[in-house]
Design a binder for this molecule. Sequence first.
Ligand code: HEM
Length: 191
Amino acid sequence: MGSCSKVAAVELLNVVRPIVAVSAFIAQAAHALHRHPEWRQKLKDDEGQLEPFVQEVRRLYPFFPAVAARVKSDFEWRGYRFSKGYRVLLDLYGTNTDARSWDAPQEFRPERFHDREVTPYDFIPQGGGDHHRNHRCPGEWIAISQMKAFCSFFVNAIDYEVPDQDLDLETEELPPMPKSRFIMRNVRRRQ
Ligand code: HEM
Protein backbone atom coordinates (compact mmCIF):
# COMPACT_ATOMS: atom_id res chain seq x y z
CA MET A 1 0.00 0.00 0.00
CA GLY A 2 1.42 3.45 -0.90
CA SER A 3 1.87 5.99 1.88
CA CYS A 4 -1.09 8.10 0.67
CA SER A 5 -3.46 5.16 0.71
CA LYS A 6 -2.10 4.19 4.15
CA VAL A 7 -2.91 7.64 5.50
CA ALA A 8 -6.34 7.49 3.84
CA ALA A 9 -7.01 4.06 5.39
CA VAL A 10 -6.02 5.29 8.87
CA GLU A 11 -8.20 8.38 8.49
CA LEU A 12 -11.15 6.31 7.33
CA LEU A 13 -10.73 4.02 10.34
CA ASN A 14 -10.57 7.10 12.57
CA VAL A 15 -14.06 7.98 11.34
CA VAL A 16 -15.56 4.47 11.37
CA ARG A 17 -14.09 3.24 14.67
CA PRO A 18 -15.65 5.85 16.99
CA ILE A 19 -19.04 5.54 15.24
CA VAL A 20 -19.00 1.78 15.82
CA ALA A 21 -17.76 2.27 19.41
CA VAL A 22 -20.53 4.70 20.33
CA SER A 23 -23.15 2.41 18.75
CA ALA A 24 -22.18 -0.25 21.33
CA PHE A 25 -22.70 2.23 24.19
CA ILE A 26 -26.05 3.21 22.63
CA ALA A 27 -27.16 -0.45 22.53
CA GLN A 28 -26.05 -0.78 26.16
CA ALA A 29 -28.06 2.35 27.04
CA ALA A 30 -31.16 0.81 25.37
CA HIS A 31 -30.50 -2.34 27.41
CA ALA A 32 -30.24 -0.30 30.64
CA LEU A 33 -33.49 1.50 29.80
CA HIS A 34 -35.19 -1.86 29.33
CA ARG A 35 -33.78 -3.30 32.56
CA HIS A 36 -34.65 -0.18 34.55
CA PRO A 37 -37.97 0.94 33.01
CA GLU A 38 -38.65 3.45 35.82
CA TRP A 39 -36.00 5.61 34.14
CA ARG A 40 -38.11 6.03 30.98
CA GLN A 41 -40.51 8.39 32.72
CA LYS A 42 -37.72 10.19 34.56
CA LEU A 43 -35.90 10.88 31.28
CA LYS A 44 -39.15 11.99 29.64
CA ASP A 45 -40.07 14.38 32.45
CA ASP A 46 -36.67 15.95 32.93
CA GLU A 47 -33.96 16.13 30.29
CA GLY A 48 -31.51 16.98 33.08
CA GLN A 49 -31.65 13.26 33.97
CA LEU A 50 -30.16 12.22 30.61
CA GLU A 51 -26.59 12.95 31.60
CA PRO A 52 -26.62 11.07 34.95
CA PHE A 53 -28.30 8.16 33.15
CA VAL A 54 -25.68 7.86 30.40
CA GLN A 55 -22.85 8.39 32.89
CA GLU A 56 -24.14 5.43 34.88
CA VAL A 57 -24.27 3.34 31.69
CA ARG A 58 -20.65 4.31 30.96
CA ARG A 59 -19.67 3.45 34.53
CA LEU A 60 -21.36 0.09 34.84
CA TYR A 61 -21.36 -1.45 31.36
CA PRO A 62 -17.82 -2.56 30.78
CA PHE A 63 -16.52 -1.50 27.39
CA PHE A 64 -12.76 -1.35 27.46
CA PRO A 65 -11.96 -3.28 30.64
CA ALA A 66 -8.38 -1.99 30.77
CA VAL A 67 -5.76 0.01 28.87
CA ALA A 68 -2.14 -1.10 28.53
CA ALA A 69 1.07 0.94 28.55
CA ARG A 70 4.81 0.47 28.81
CA VAL A 71 6.83 2.21 31.56
CA LYS A 72 9.08 4.89 30.01
CA SER A 73 11.44 5.38 32.96
CA ASP A 74 11.88 3.83 36.42
CA PHE A 75 9.72 5.22 39.21
CA GLU A 76 8.07 4.20 42.44
CA TRP A 77 4.46 4.92 43.41
CA ARG A 78 2.92 4.05 46.76
CA GLY A 79 5.53 1.41 47.39
CA TYR A 80 5.17 -0.21 43.95
CA ARG A 81 8.23 -0.26 41.71
CA PHE A 82 7.72 0.42 38.00
CA SER A 83 10.80 -0.42 35.98
CA LYS A 84 11.49 0.87 32.48
CA GLY A 85 10.04 -1.44 29.84
CA TYR A 86 7.45 -3.11 32.12
CA ARG A 87 3.98 -3.51 30.72
CA VAL A 88 1.30 -2.08 33.00
CA LEU A 89 -2.47 -2.25 32.89
CA LEU A 90 -4.88 0.38 34.11
CA ASP A 91 -8.05 -1.38 35.23
CA LEU A 92 -10.83 0.87 33.90
CA TYR A 93 -13.81 -1.26 34.90
CA GLY A 94 -12.28 -2.08 38.29
CA THR A 95 -11.74 1.62 38.98
CA ASN A 96 -15.30 2.50 37.93
CA THR A 97 -16.71 -0.11 40.30
CA ASP A 98 -14.27 0.21 43.21
CA ALA A 99 -16.15 0.20 46.52
CA ARG A 100 -13.66 2.70 47.95
CA SER A 101 -15.03 5.30 45.53
CA TRP A 102 -18.58 4.14 44.81
CA ASP A 103 -21.44 3.12 47.11
CA ALA A 104 -23.12 -0.14 46.06
CA PRO A 105 -20.90 -0.13 42.96
CA GLN A 106 -22.71 -2.94 41.13
CA GLU A 107 -26.12 -1.27 41.37
CA PHE A 108 -27.46 0.84 38.53
CA ARG A 109 -28.11 4.18 40.24
CA PRO A 110 -27.84 7.18 37.90
CA GLU A 111 -28.80 9.50 40.77
CA ARG A 112 -25.32 8.94 42.22
CA PHE A 113 -24.12 11.45 39.60
CA HIS A 114 -26.49 14.20 40.80
CA ASP A 115 -24.30 15.51 43.55
CA ARG A 116 -20.98 13.99 42.79
CA GLU A 117 -17.87 15.62 41.35
CA VAL A 118 -16.11 12.97 39.30
CA THR A 119 -12.35 13.19 39.25
CA PRO A 120 -10.03 12.22 36.38
CA TYR A 121 -9.02 9.19 38.45
CA ASP A 122 -12.21 7.58 39.79
CA PHE A 123 -14.47 7.57 36.72
CA ILE A 124 -12.49 6.44 33.71
CA PRO A 125 -14.57 4.47 31.16
CA GLN A 126 -12.58 5.97 28.28
CA GLY A 127 -9.19 6.26 29.96
CA GLY A 128 -7.98 8.25 32.94
CA GLY A 129 -6.03 11.37 33.82
CA ASP A 130 -5.88 14.67 31.98
CA HIS A 131 -7.27 14.78 28.40
CA HIS A 132 -4.73 17.45 27.44
CA ARG A 133 -1.60 15.82 28.82
CA ASN A 134 -2.31 12.09 28.49
CA HIS A 135 -3.96 9.64 26.13
CA ARG A 136 -7.39 9.83 27.68
CA CYS A 137 -10.05 9.56 24.97
CA PRO A 138 -10.78 12.96 23.43
CA GLY A 139 -14.13 11.61 22.21
CA GLU A 140 -15.77 11.38 25.64
CA TRP A 141 -17.97 14.45 25.19
CA ILE A 142 -19.04 13.27 21.72
CA ALA A 143 -19.89 9.82 23.10
CA ILE A 144 -21.88 11.37 25.98
CA SER A 145 -23.83 13.74 23.74
CA GLN A 146 -24.66 11.02 21.19
CA MET A 147 -25.83 8.70 23.97
CA LYS A 148 -28.00 11.46 25.44
CA ALA A 149 -29.52 12.20 22.03
CA PHE A 150 -30.37 8.52 21.52
CA CYS A 151 -31.83 8.07 25.01
CA SER A 152 -34.01 11.11 24.42
CA PHE A 153 -35.05 9.66 21.03
CA PHE A 154 -35.89 6.27 22.64
CA VAL A 155 -38.18 7.78 25.27
CA ASN A 156 -39.66 10.77 23.40
CA ALA A 157 -39.76 10.03 19.68
CA ILE A 158 -40.54 6.34 19.23
CA ASP A 159 -42.52 3.46 20.68
CA TYR A 160 -41.17 -0.05 20.39
CA GLU A 161 -41.52 -3.54 21.77
CA VAL A 162 -38.70 -5.67 23.10
CA PRO A 163 -39.50 -9.30 22.27
CA ASP A 164 -38.27 -12.18 24.45
CA GLN A 165 -34.56 -12.64 23.86
CA ASP A 166 -31.34 -13.37 25.72
CA LEU A 167 -30.32 -10.06 27.23
CA ASP A 168 -27.56 -11.38 29.48
CA LEU A 169 -24.29 -9.61 28.78
CA GLU A 170 -21.68 -11.61 26.92
CA THR A 171 -18.90 -10.84 29.39
CA GLU A 172 -16.25 -12.82 27.53
CA GLU A 173 -16.62 -10.51 24.51
CA LEU A 174 -15.29 -6.98 24.03
CA PRO A 175 -17.38 -4.93 24.37
CA PRO A 176 -19.81 -7.12 26.31
CA MET A 177 -23.05 -6.79 24.37
CA PRO A 178 -26.36 -8.50 25.20
CA LYS A 179 -26.21 -12.09 23.85
CA SER A 180 -29.06 -11.45 21.41
CA ARG A 181 -27.82 -7.87 20.82
CA PHE A 182 -30.88 -5.68 21.40
CA ILE A 183 -33.78 -6.59 19.19
CA MET A 184 -36.61 -4.07 18.94
CA ARG A 185 -39.90 -4.85 17.20
CA ASN A 186 -42.78 -2.82 15.90
CA VAL A 187 -40.81 0.41 16.07
CA ARG A 188 -42.99 3.39 15.22
CA ARG A 189 -42.64 7.12 15.42
CA ARG A 190 -44.78 8.74 18.05
CA GLN A 191 -47.39 11.14 16.61
C1 HEM B 1 -17.86 4.18 23.08
C2 HEM B 1 -17.12 5.18 22.83
C3 HEM B 1 -15.63 5.22 23.08
C4 HEM B 1 -14.85 4.49 23.94
C5 HEM B 1 -15.29 3.38 24.90
C6 HEM B 1 -13.49 4.98 23.78
C7 HEM B 1 -12.40 4.53 24.51
C8 HEM B 1 -11.11 4.99 24.38
C9 HEM B 1 -9.98 4.54 25.17
C10 HEM B 1 -10.04 3.50 26.31
C11 HEM B 1 -8.89 5.20 24.74
C12 HEM B 1 -7.44 5.02 25.25
C13 HEM B 1 -7.22 5.89 26.47
C14 HEM B 1 -5.83 5.73 27.06
O1 HEM B 1 -4.93 5.14 26.41
O2 HEM B 1 -5.61 6.23 28.18
C15 HEM B 1 -9.32 6.05 23.66
C16 HEM B 1 -8.49 6.87 22.95
C17 HEM B 1 -8.89 7.63 21.88
N1 HEM B 1 -10.20 7.85 21.45
FE1 HEM B 1 -11.84 6.99 22.21
N2 HEM B 1 -13.49 5.97 22.84
C18 HEM B 1 -14.77 6.15 22.40
C19 HEM B 1 -15.21 7.08 21.49
C20 HEM B 1 -14.40 7.93 20.79
C21 HEM B 1 -14.85 8.96 19.89
C22 HEM B 1 -16.33 9.27 19.61
C23 HEM B 1 -13.73 9.55 19.38
C24 HEM B 1 -13.58 10.67 18.38
C25 HEM B 1 -14.58 11.24 17.75
C26 HEM B 1 -12.57 8.91 19.97
C27 HEM B 1 -11.26 9.20 19.69
C28 HEM B 1 -10.17 8.70 20.38
C29 HEM B 1 -8.77 9.04 20.07
C30 HEM B 1 -8.29 9.96 18.95
C31 HEM B 1 -7.97 8.38 21.03
C32 HEM B 1 -6.44 8.40 21.14
C33 HEM B 1 -6.02 9.50 22.10
C34 HEM B 1 -4.49 9.53 22.30
O3 HEM B 1 -3.82 8.50 22.11
O4 HEM B 1 -3.98 10.59 22.69
N3 HEM B 1 -13.02 7.95 20.83
N4 HEM B 1 -10.68 5.93 23.46
